[in-house]
Design a protein around this ligand. Structure first.
Ligand code: BES
Ligand code: MN
Length: 458
């Protein structure tokens, strides 16, 4: 059982690994679009086949109420080895707007050091880094038991995964979960994520007149639903960028002075990096918190989409019958998505005028999560990263959400070690999503080293 044959195997088979990733990326596994249901099944079977090809046992594609879950397991070369559960998702975000891509989203293309395709970083590239690290370690003599849980509903909030986890407790039993769906702060800065925000997602519909009206004939006597929704939405923040839903901050865990100090220790200027990444003229948000704190440790409310009335070219003079907004809140410990839904409802009950009718749908919810960094698994990963990059990892709180992390904590009492090999300019959820291949390669090496270190430390 040794590291060097495994690392050599990675180098020797790298071109084939890249070709396999490209094949995986050609399957348009968009979970949110019903039209892609067959592609989803195809992607699940593709993962199952790849697991079988590298020697997994108990490989199965489990149907759920939504998209299937893929499972496979590998036994360590020696008994009494610890068990790592590796999580991944094979679904991707929709690729639109298509015209903004330089090459088509499901035709992977290498330009320079990057591979461009929807899902390249989020997270088919991370799934393949994990599977190929296992394959290489199997070649060197697998030092740990490995179980793989690859789901198809992460990008829609993992609505069926909690039930699946609860129904397969024994199958999923492990010492730690490795979740490579988080990213790195830069190609030279390996990163371990110790907190994720949760999510509460809503659709708000505002109804006015029974149908669109002539805005001259009725303007002045009918409350315009577009205006009403704008007033409601505008009132959800105060002038300091704070969310006004009643009780919204009651359960927010305050940052300790120690953590605030630790979060300031970054090898770059976060404000400059954020300005460059986003292209906005200035940053926004609660002035008493730094941008890093606002992203990782403070909750938000965002308007994700807004629709009403006439939006085509030209002019049309109407009072629309209807207006709609998609709204989501990012949550931090110890907020709860169900309680936030009640807070939004209470806000609307108190503030909506009698001149309109409103409906609120709760769409997805994911709990926030925080994990301990003083554990053998995190130490082993930190050492593996340092051996690979020559520098110890940075520890960060992530602003995005991964529902499974809180679900596993709540249902199995199992903590996740969060990492990943995507970069801030990987354009996840955006046009020209890409994977930085040299970092991907280092990521595989770090995972192989992690398996061997972890088996030593436990
Ligand atoms: N991989 C992302 C989350 C992420 C983004 C982690 C950046 C670390 C860095 C994940 O696939 C994702 O996008 N999650 C969704 C979840 C939601 C639909 C419940 C998100 O955060 O919007
Ligand atoms: Mn995503």
């Amino acid at each position: 059982m040794s590291l060097s044959p495994a690392l050599r195997y990675l180098q020797q088979h790298h071109d084939r690994f890249l070709a396999e990733l490209e094949a995986f990326l050609r399957i348009p596994s968009v979970s949110t679009t019903p039209r892609h249901k067959e592609d989803m099944a195809h992607a699940a079977n593709w993962v199952a086949d790849n697991l079988r090809a590298i020697g997994a046992r108990e490989v199965a594609v489990y149907p759920t109420a939504g998209h299937p879950v893929v499972y496979g397991a590998f036994a360590a070369a020696q008994p009494q080895a610890p068990t790592i559960l590796i999580y991944g998702h094979y679904d991707v975000q929709p690729p639109d707007p298509l015209e903004a891509w330089e090459s088509p989203p499901f035709e992977p293309a290498v330009r320079g050091e990057r591979l461009y395709a929807r899902g390249a970083t989020d997270m088919k590239g991370q799934v393949m880094a994990s599977l190929k690290a296992i394959e290489a370690a199997v070649h060197g003599g697998l030092p740990v038991n490995v179980k793989c849980l690859i789901e198809g509903e992460e990008e829609i909030g993992s609505p069926d995964l909690a039930d699946f986890i609860a129904e397969h407790r024994e199958m999923l039993a492990a010492d730690v979960c490795l979740n490579p769906d988080a990213g790195m702060l830069g190609p030279e800065w390996p990163t371990i994520t110790y907190a994720l925000r949760g999510l509460a997602y809503f659709e708000l519909r505002v109804y006015g007149p029974a149908h669109d009206l002539h805005s001259g004939v009725y303007g002045g006597v009918v409350h315009n639903p577009a205006q009403a929704i704008a007033e409601l939405l505008a009132g959800m923040h105060d002038e300091h960028g704070r969310v006004t839903l009643p009780g919204f901050y009651d359960k927010v865990r305050p940052l300790s002075p120690e953590e605030r100090a630790a979060l300031q220790q970054l090898p770059f200027d976060p404000e400059a990096a954020l300005l460059a990444q986003t292209g906005v003229p200035a940053l926004w948000g609660e002035p008493e918190y730094t941008p890093v704190e606002r992203l990782g440790a403070r909750p938000t409310l965002e308007i994700n989409g807004l629709y009403s009335g006439f939006t085509e070219a030209g002019a049309k003079t109407i009072i629309p019958a209807y207006a709609m907004a998609k709204i989501s809140c990012r949550l931090v410990p110890d907020q709860d998505p169900d309680e936030v839904a009640e807070q939004l409802r209470a806000y609307l009950q108190a503030r909506a005028p009698r001149t309109i009718r409103w409906e609120l749908d709760v769409m997805t919810g994911a709990p926030p999560a925080m994990t301990d960094i003083y554990t053998p698994a995190v130490q082993a990963l930190a050492q593996a990263m340092e051996a690979t990059w020559g520098t110890p990892p940075l520890y960060r709180r992530e602003g995005g959400s991964i529902p499974v992390v809180g679900q596993m904590q709540q249902i199995l009492g199992l903590d996740s070690v969060l990492t990943g090999f995507g970069l801030p300019d990987s354009n996840i959820h955006a046009p020209d999503e890409n994977l930085h291949l040299p970092t991907w390669r280092k990521g595989m090496e770090a995972l192989v080293r992690f398996f061997y270190r972890f088996s030593d430390t436990v």
